[in-house]
Design a protein around this ligand. Structure first.
Ligand SMILES: *[C@@H]1O[C@H](CO)[C@@H](O)[C@H](O)[C@H]1NC(C)=O
Ligand SMILES: *[C@@H]1O[C@H](CO)[C@@H](O)[C@H](O)[C@H]1NC(C)=O
Ligand SMILES: *[C@@H]1O[C@H](CO)[C@@H](O)[C@H](O)[C@H]1NC(C)=O
Ligand SMILES: *[C@@H]1O[C@H](CO)[C@@H](O)[C@H](O)[C@H]1NC(C)=O
Ligand SMILES: *[C@@H]1O[C@H](CO)[C@@H](O)[C@H](O)[C@H]1NC(C)=O
Ligand SMILES: *[C@@H]1O[C@H](CO)[C@@H](O)[C@H](O)[C@H]1NC(C)=O
Ligand SMILES: *[C@@H]1O[C@H](CO)[C@@H](O)[C@H](O)[C@H]1NC(C)=O
Ligand SMILES: *[C@@H]1O[C@H](CO)[C@@H](O)[C@H](O)[C@H]1NC(C)=O
Ligand SMILES: *[C@@H]1O[C@H](CO)[C@@H](O)[C@H](O)[C@H]1NC(C)=O
Ligand SMILES: *[C@@H]1O[C@H](CO)[C@@H](O)[C@H](O)[C@H]1NC(C)=O
Length: 624
């Protein structure tokens, strides 16, 4: 382990000073060096001797340090009462819970937004197997954690040896998203979203109940505060705020109150909220009455998220304005979209995302006068060239990263046109005029990135250009060959239950690429590791002792520190994904959690990696 670390240290030192975006292999003979031993002088001839044996080994133990009780309340924008004129005069109402077995019919069918209309949406959604019974139907009061739950586990033998510290304003926290944790999908006025119908169509696990965080949020926050986590990153369900999605439709008072209470409770516990407005859970309205479209193969992303709909931009902006006017006083960090590329169907989808995002940025800083930060977060498993000395691999890699990132980041960060990679692949893209670019340019305060892993890239068999012209190609739309092995045939890192490999040595190059290309602070908005076969462990104790996840987190955090201190890259923060095992879009076996969740009792248990990660940060940041 040490030898690999040292060799890669050499590689990184080299690659940082050479062309960005390359992993360079330098051949070296013999076993690895031990520079830390150079000043030592140990004999190779031991002397053996007998001593009196006794069990004298002692162990120290520590407990996690909880968040301090807040002494001040920061404000990042005026209160809603001073901002309400910025949004249309909206009516608020409530709808209650949908019961598929109910025999009584709502009688208000003349009201387009009444209970009959709301219930009709649930019938039209045709959610399959809606039979899971939750444990909770009202908010559970939190209870303080006993010290016995907060005792640190035994440390792994090999650990970080660096001496860097995080900047004082470094954002460290944990993340989750609404559909993956909340459950209560048909309660308190929520209307159906894409997340409730997508897995149903494929016979996969549902999000109907998942972690019941909608009612257990106070206990979940209590647990995070007890661990000493400062930032909590969550997403708001559009379908809870606006069950009918569109501008002019009534706001759901229960949904508004829920997230307001969540924010207040986070603050009360000495933590700070960051909010993602939209994390894949599209309201079904944008499928125009034909929900089967949601299962269509998207031309660009994995899923047709409906963003191309002609009403989407205005509707998203209306929704975002409602969130900002209501919550911007208490929330300092905002993300408009989560990983938009993955749910973009076509060129219109991309264009709508960019324009909706830009409008909300202007609204936040110019109208709301928010003093916090508003940005956007992207996926992109960092493409690295299979052979960094091979121009054809380099071209393929640049194409890959450009397609995924520059497609959004060129306009949003640099105010320049889409990259060629996008334009040659999606020739019917919506052109951006000079006026568009002037309006859209420089509208993100940071670049959110979810750099879970790296991927090895080379040319596809038919070549990038030929593939880009052929949407039937299996390599379309990225039009590269992606592999998980390096040029010598080794896996690029330890494999997880999913697509993630532990690839810390590529992270620093990636952060440098992002910062130096798009010129804004980088916020690692998600990163995490689903330990291979973790859910199959017979004993919970074995799931809790998740050393591979610790190695993932500590190595990534160590590389982030090197990025900051050795490369001068402004990495604003890091949000670990996820604070608990949850619904991974139709699957519960890919466990990304820092906590285990018992699916029968909803009991949470801290995993070892949670303690290791928090301790790593606390050691390097103090208690601010
Ligand atoms: C190591 O110890 C040997 C024997 O005591 C001595 O001759 C040698 O100079 C030492 N080397 C260093 C680098 O101190
Ligand atoms: C509702 O979903 C079921 C599968 O769960 C399917 O068989 C049925 O055709 C669907 N009904 C409609 C009206 O789409
Ligand atoms: C509706 O009835 C079915 C069959 O009795 C039952 O399994 C299910 O839990 C019920 N659903 C709700 C939400 O009560
Ligand atoms: C509904 O549940 C049954 C029984 O568990 C299962 O066989 C079926 O595949 C499920 N259908 C869907 C669409 O999830
Ligand atoms: C777009 O969404 C609206 C609802 O906002 C819907 O009426 C319309 O049919 C949708 N268009 C398409 C093409 O699906
Ligand atoms: C609904 O969408 C599906 C999938 O795109 C399509 O096959 C079907 O023809 C559409 N139905 C109607 C009535 O438009
Ligand atoms: C670069 O890699 C491609 C395959 O991806 C190969 O065809 C070509 O010969 C390589 N070029 C060099 C100079 O090695
Ligand atoms: C981008 O916006 C920020 C914040 O408004 C401003 O400080 C900066 O000068 C702008 N940069 C460019 C290149 O316009
Ligand atoms: C496009 O790709 C498909 C699938 O690989 C292939 O069968 C077809 O020949 C390609 N078309 C062109 C014009 O290359
Ligand atoms: C999960 O909770 C249930 C209900 O309390 C309990 O019976 C079961 O033993 C728990 N499972 C594990 C693995 O702890």
């Amino acid at each position: 382990m040490i030898s690999i670390g040292q060799k890669l240290g050499v590689l990184l030192a080299f690659s940082a000073s050479s062309t960005l975006g390359q992993q360079v292999y330098i051949s070296a003979d013999g076993p690895s060096h031990r520079p830390n031993c150079e000043s030592c002088n140990y004999t190779t001839t031991p002397t053996y001797h007998f001593t009196q044996f006794s069990f004298t080994q002692t162990e120290t133990y520590r407990t996690a340090t909880s968040r301090p009780v807040p002494s001040t309340t920061a404000s990042y924008a005026p209160h809603f009462s001073d901002l309400s004129t910025l949004v249309p005069d909206i009516s608020t109402t409530t709808w209650g819970n949908w019961d598929p077995n109910a025999t009584a019919q709502a009688t208000d069918s003349a009201n387009p937004y009444g209970n009959a209309a709301w219930t009709a949406m649930w019938h039209a959604a045709n959610v399959s197997n809606f039979t899971e019974v939750p444990l909770y139907t009202t908010t559970v009061s939190p209870t303080a954690l006993p010290t016995s739950e907060l005792i640190l586990p035994p440390a792994d033998y090999f650990g970080p040896t660096d001496c860097y510290t995080f900047p004082e304003d470094f954002i460290f926290g944990v993340a989750g998203s609404a559909s993956q944790i909340e459950g209560a999908v048909a309660m308190e006025g929520k209307s159906p979203s894409l997340m409730e119908i997508l897995p149903g169509a494929q016979g996969k696990s549902k999000d109907y109940v998942t972690n019941e965080n909608y009612y257990l949020y106070k206990q979940d926050i209590e647990r995070l505060a007890s661990m000493g986590v400062k930032y909590y990153s969550f997403s708001i369900a559009w379908t809870r705020i606006l069950p009918f999605a569109l501008p002019g439709t009534p706001v759901n008072q229960q949904g508004l109150d829920h997230y307001s209470d969540l924010i207040d409770f986070i603050l009360e516990k000495g933590m700070i909220p960051t909010v993602t407005m939209f994390h894949f859970d599209t309201p079904l309205q944008f499928f125009g009455g034909n929900n089967s479209q949601a299962a269509d193969d998207a031309l660009i992303g994995y899923v047709n998220g409906g963003y191309q709909n002609e009403t989407f931009t205005d509707a998203f902006v209306n929704y975002g304005k409602i969130l900002l006017t209501n919550y911007a006083d208490r929330v300092p960090i905002w993300f408009t979209f989560n990983e938009p590329l993955l749910y973009c169907d076509n060129g219109k989808s991309v264009n709508n995302v960019i324009k909706a995002h830009a409008q909300l940025y202007h609204f936040y800083h110019e109208d709301v006068q928010g003093t916090g930060k508003l940005g956007i977060k992207f996926n992109d498993n960092f493409g690295v060239p299979k052979d960094p000395k091979n121009q054809s691999d380099l071209d393929a890699t640049n194409h890959f990263n450009d397609f995924q990132l520059a497609t959004f980041c060129n306009p949003i960060f640099l105010g320049i046109d889409y990259p060629e990679a996008f334009k040659i692949t999606i020739p019917d893209y919506v052109p951006l005029t000079p006026e568009d670019l002037a309006y859209v340019g420089n509208t993100s305060d940071f670049l959110g990135i979810d750099p879970y892993t790296a991927t090895v890239v080379s040319q596809p068999p038919e070549g990038v250009e030929a593939c880009a012209k052929n949407s039937s190609s299996p390599n379309f739309p990225y039009c590269v060959t992606q592999e998980t092995q390096n040029v010598f045939g080794w896996n690029i890192g330890y494999r997880s239950q999913s697509y993630v490999y532990i690839t810390p040595t590529y992270l620093r190059t990636y952060l440098s690429y992002l910062y130096n290309t798009f010129k804004k602070p980088v916020l690692v908005s998600e990163f995490g590791f689903p330990v291979f076969a973790e859910s199959e462990s017979a004993a919970v104790e074995d799931q809790l002792f998740d050393s591979p996840r610790s190695q993932y987190y500590l190595s990534f955090m160590s590389e982030i520190l090197k990025s900051i201190h050795e490369d001068g890259v402004n990495v604003m923060g890091a949000l670990a994904w996820s604070f608990a095992d949850n619904w991974e879009f139709g699957d519960y076996t890919q466990q990304f959690g820092l906590q285990y969740v018992n699916r029968t009792s909803q009991e949470r248990r801290f995993k070892k990696s949670f303690f290791d990660l928090v301790d790593f940060v606390a050691t390097r940041m103090g208690s601010s």
